[in-house]
Write a protein that binds this ligand. Sequence first.
Ligand code: GDP
Length: 201
Amino acid sequence: MDRQIELHHFSVQLADCPKADLPEFSFSGRSNVGKSRLINYLLRRKKLAHISGKPGKTKTFVYYRIDERFNLVDMPGYGYAKISPQERKRWLAAAVEYLRGREQLRGVLQLIDLGVGATDKDVERLAFLRELGRPVCLVFTKADKVKKAEREAKLLEALGRLEAPPGAGVVVSSAVKKLGAREIWAWLDDQLALPDVPGPR
Ligand code: GDP
């Protein structure tokens, strides 16, 4: 299906996020988890979100408006070692403030590298999302790097560590093999069909 996609806003913190009332979903994950490449695959753009061998580029919240209906929001990744502690603290604080306070946020796509598994920081982020009561879809990335026969065991191991909230979506994806986009769009559509409850639930 062709979707109308517009890259339309950059924010450095919650206070600069767009005031308009469209619902939104954000991408959360460790730097290098494959967030940029997944976004490009989902939006069928080669270079909309910037991919590089160097992780940690998303310093801002990047808004993509989809069909004038909702926003997908790339947010700063966590766990990137090659920045100053002050900068890391600032990004984390901005992410926490956004996840806690953004009223338009209707769900979070939490990315986990299937091959690497759930890191301590992933477990921590998911615990925070659970505490906030945010609807979550766990998206396991880079599935092509794991042998097919080993994927299920990897998935179960990560799910066990993560203690996913009840009702969380689970999608196995690969931007290289083009796996998972249909399931992610379906999860987004399901969330959009639910009645909106303002603020974190
Ligand atoms: P970000 O820091 O989370 O935005 O990660 P990127 O999207 O920039 O990806 C980090 C690295 O992982 C890059 O070298 C990507 O080419 C690679 N990568 C991303 N997605 C996949 C995937 O599905 N399969 C494989 N094999 N590599 C991927």
